[in-house]
Design a protein around this ligand. Sequence first.
Ligand code: PEP
Length: 255
Amino acid sequence: MDKSKRKVVIAGNWKMNMTPSEAEAAVRETAELVEGKNGCDVILCVPFVDIDAAIKAAKGTNVKIGAQNVHFEAKGAYTGEISAAMLLECGVEYVIIGHSERRQYFGETDETVNKRTIAALNAGLKVILCLGEVLEQRQSGITSEIVAMQTKLDLAGVTAEQMKNVIIAYEPVWAIGTGLTATPEQADEVCGIIRKTIADLYSNDTADSTVIQYGGSMNDGNAAELLSKVNVDGGLIGGASLVPAKFSKIVDAAQ
Ligand code: PEP
């Protein structure tokens, strides 16, 4: 596997944290701390209402701004939802789709994740597609089957050309927000299974060039070892992304 074909991408997922004024300050502080650290791409995925403030604060810096979800319809009677065109017009470049909290608490299925992914890509957004097994699935020894199935279902209908705009985030659900982290070996193994599935679906070339992140309690203490693994091309970071000093240390580890 040729890791040099891929960029390292460090993305923060703020979840439901930060008011617009807090977001503006946190983006500014993060941008100052990661200035000139061009060895990886840096993205902050913020709540919808923070997007405007975050984009203004990130202007001219190497921090890119993403959203945390997008609806699959272009417009209409979908109260509370946000379309891809709305995000794009606000200046958003990336969107997280299929986060386990959306799957767990808001009824997202592989079918709706797939529909959102297709809509986002067709509109011109870049997608951070989250998938991963729950604890019972890992304990039953079916992790590889689960992530391979999710990869196939979530990417159904996505073309090889569109895969250039897809980042996969492997996020074992048992490691998200729990303080439990997959070992670097576990993360590497499952990211490798996802990469092999992409090779089967598309080609070795597409698999070699797809960025696959690990997410699940990544922090400034464990990032370097996780990122050293051949199949781990970055991180999707929740809790630690809320503290610029901690997040920037993860960016340092990715240089
Ligand atoms: C996440 O929200 O995607 C995540 C990985 O959270 P945490 O880093 O807090 O586990």
